[in-house]
Design a protein around this ligand. Structure first.
Ligand SMILES: [Zn+2]
Length: 332
């Protein structure tokens, strides 16, 4: 049993309550490798932001569960070395699919887990979420549950269409399960193809696709039912079109990739939404930088030469999200 507190991690409880009161959101950045982790920690330290290092089940399988746990421990020490005296870093499981996966993460030093029972019938979602909460709270690990279904594909999570969270269910769900935060579905979506062209309108000036707006009425109805309760948005990448263009100009083929406009996320961050998940944007920034470097220098074969610009590009993106979208800078 690894005690996350002993390795310098924190759970989300105090972090979320400050974020809800302060009208900002904590960044939850997914990571799978060293360069991503370095970029996230550098960005968080430079902006004095709390941060959630988020790991999916697929990332654990890819990177190795033991290695990831030590990388998170390393992240805390690295932040201190960079000059942060009190880093606020959470190691969080993204989309836990079962009690066993969540338990395995809790036993290996995660300070927060998500149990995603959103694809299950309501009563089964309640039962498995409650089971995870009971185990997690024994170790002061916080738990995120989910109600409603997001469309899109990301790692092993996949749904053809979205179903908005039903505001009339949230009080019952939170009371019965004891979750610390709730992921909701209000029109965000997983992956780099968040909407089909048919769901979008076209900006007459740029010719770019403009996605449908988020369902802020659903968010407001949920906030009324659960005043001050921490709400989470998944699938909240904005899919920067300059990164998509760079990828496509250098041998890539991303057609009609579209994300959530940043002004909508800014609006959400000011509400009870206190955690915003961003994964695809980092993937795009990394891929664009690697493709560009390799296209410009075809003889290059030293991974450091193309991973370094990739890391810098991701760091720039993380700083932009923290300062210009989520507002979590200067909160340590
Ligand atoms: Zn998600």
């Amino acid at each position: 049993m690894v005690d996350y507190k002993k390795i310098g991690l924190v759970n989300t409880r105090a972090m979320f309550s400050k974020a809800v009161d302060g009208g900002y959101a904590i960044p939850a950045f997914n990571f799978n490798n060293m360069e991503q982790m370095q970029a996230i920690i550098q960005a968080a330290v430079e902006t004095k932001s709390p941060v959630i290092l988020q790991v999916s089940k697929g990332a654990r399988e890819y990177a190795n569960a033991t290695l990831l746990r030590y990388m998170a421990e390393g992240a805390v020490e690295y932040a201190k070395e960079l000059g942060c005296t009190n880093p606020q870093i959470v190691l969080h499981l993204d989309h836990g699919d079962s009690f066993e996966t969540c338990k395995s993460c809790i036993d290996m030093g995660f300070s927060s887990v998500m149990i995603d029972g959103s694809a299950l019938p309501y009563e089964e979602n309640v039962a498995v979420t409650k089971q995870v909460v009971e185990y997690a709270h024994r170790f002061d690990v916080t738990v995120e549950g989910e109600l409603g279904v997001l469309a899109g594909v990301e790692d092993e999570v996949c749904a053809a269409e979205s179903h908005y969270t039903k505001p009339e269910e949230v009080i019952d769900f939170v009371t019965k399960t004891g979750v610390d935060s709730l992921a909701i579905s209000i029109g965000t979506s997983h992956g780099a193809y968040k909407f089909t062209p048919e769901q979008c309108t076209v900006d007459p000036q740029t010719g770019r696709l403009v996605p449908p707006p988020l369902a802020f009425d659903v968010l407001e109805a949920i906030e009324k039912k659960l005043p001050g309760f921490p709400i989470v948005l998944h699938g909240s990448s904005s899919v920067p079109q300059d990164e998509v263009d760079t990828i496509n100009a250098n041998g890539g083929c991303l057609k009609a990739a579209v994300g959530i406009p940043e002004e909508q996320l800014r609006k959400a961050a000011k509400s009870a939404v206190c955690k915003i998940n961003i994964d695809s944007d980092s993937r795009l920034a990394m891929t664009a930088a690697i493709r560009k470097t390799l296209a410009e220098k075809p003889a290059e074969f030293d991974p450091r030469k193309y991973l370094k610009p990739a890391r810098e590009s991701m760091k720039k993106l993380y700083i932009h999200k923290i300062v210009n979208v989520l507002g979590s800078n200067d909160k340590l």
